[in-house]
Write a protein that binds this ligand. Structure first.
Ligand code: HSE
Length: 407
């Protein structure tokens, strides 16, 4: 029997306990050992739960119990999760976490401690909720040189954008509905400002390209300013607006990494990923495109990924698994302004503006919408963003919006 402890009894933590208790037999068959929850750490009390006797408020009780071999950290945030996880790894306990903030900030450091102590630090649930994506990238695609990742990495924002796109719902109403359904982070700003997606692209890029990418190196823009008018322009261009996390390996060995709302043309499969679903598209030299798709948020999908990692840990209690990357560096992530993209730009209409746009930007495609006579929207050829900015300055018109277009 393997004794485990669960740190945190929130949405994911209670889901983990539920999955371990309800699937005891099938987990036993897969892990070849019984997994027993010995402690649950939480500052709150849950006297009405049938397993109320497992709760403790004292982390040291778990840390000092040598019987506990695996600790499941599902508290979220950096403090005290980082300190607890670090101490567990330094004290001979493998750790499984769903905490994307922790992995995005401290992944390289914690992986090194795990490695030095011949322990596992697994975090499949930190990206894509229930979608197996980290393990396949690290293991199944290991024979490829990966060079590009594009993903819809946040269920809440994808739910909101889908409601706006398909039902003409206002942003605020769609957000309220996502919160009611339990998809949103405690602070919904982490979803709608792109912070959650930023953490996830950091983890994906670190794993795929081998060096840690820190959240403060990633250009991050959310969906607060997306309007129903913009989605109409996107539709008229045959595309849908999606919040995209993107990272590309450059020829000079550096990478780009960014999160922004982008128009995704309908011939790109990511445009058809709807509601709370997430999808991660990975490009490799041998395999071409591979897409991972599934439920990216919610109690049980996330808990199922956590418990799968626990089973993997049990099966490899004395062997290190494959996940790892090295520390990053300041100049590893290139300024996003150097990345090449085409854009949809919308400016205020004025006399002669179309000619000036063509003169400055070259061969553009003009897009119209109903009742949009006061505006001119156009799609630029692909170019580095700083050059587009220079051209917009030359045009000297009031810019209503500028959106990336995904390849
Ligand atoms: N708030 C996150 C989302 C939860 O909406 O995707 C899963 O990380």
């Amino acid at each position: 029997m393997v004794q485990v402890a669960v740190l945190g009894h929130g949405v994911v933590g209670s889901g983990v306990v539920e999955v371990i208790h309800q699937h005891k037999e099938s987990i036993y068959k897969k892990a070849k050992q019984e997994i027993n929850i010995k402690y649950i750490l939480d500052i709150r009390e849950f006297p009405d739960l049938p397993y109320h006797n497992l709760f403790t408020k004292n982390f040291d009780e778990i840390l000092n119990d040598e019987e506990v071999k695996i600790v499941i950290e599902v508290m979220g945030g950096i403090n005290p999760a980082f300190e607890y996880v670090k101490k567990c790894l330094e004290n001979g306990k493998s750790v499984v976490t769903s905490n994307k903030e922790l992995v995005a900030q401290k992944g390289a450091e914690l992986l090194k401690i795990a490695n030095d102590n011949n322990l596992n630090f697994l975090f499949e649930a930190s990206v894509g909720g229930g979608i197996p994506v980290l393990r396949p990238i690290a293991q199944c695609l290991a024979a490829n040189d990966l060079y590009e990742i594009n993903g819809i990495l946040n269920g809440t924002t994808n739910f909101i954008l889908t409601k706006m796109d398909k039902e003409n719902m206002e942003f605020a109403d769609a957000l309220a509905l996502a919160q009611k359904l339990g998809y949103a982070e405690r602070d919904p700003g982490a979803d709608i400002d792109g912070i959650d997606s930023c953490r996830k692209i950091c983890i994906l890029a670190s794993l795929a390209f081998g060096k840690h990418v820190y959240p403060n190196q990633v250009y991050t823009e959310g969906i607060r300013n997306i309007t129903l008018e913009q989605k109409e322009y996107a539709q008229n261009f045959n595309g849908a607006i999606k919040l995209i996390g993107r990272s590309v390996l450059k020829e000079n060995g550096k990478i780009s990494a960014a999160v922004y709302p982008a128009i995704v043309p309908y011939d790109n499969q990511l445009s058809h990923v709807e509601d709370v679903f997430n999808a991660i598209m990975v490009r490799g030299d041998a395999i071409g495109d591979v897409m991972f798709y599934g439920r990216g948020a919610g109690k049980l999908p996330t808990a199922s990924a956590v418990v799968a990692d626990v089973i993997d840990c049990v099966k490899h209690l004395s062997a290190r698994k494959y996940l790892s990357w090295s520390e990053g560096s300041e100049d590893y992530v290139e300024n996003e302004e150097k990345s090449i993209s085409s854009f949809m730009i919308c400016v205020k209409n004025q006399n002669g503006i179309k000619d000036r746009i063509t003169e400055i930007f070259g061969n553009v495609e003009f897009i119209t919408r109903k009742n949009g006579e006061d505006e001119i929207a156009f799609v630029t050829p692909k170019e580095q963003e700083y050059k587009i900015t220079e051209k917009l300055n030359l045009l000297n018109a009031a810019v209503l919006f500028k959106l990336h277009i995904l390849d």
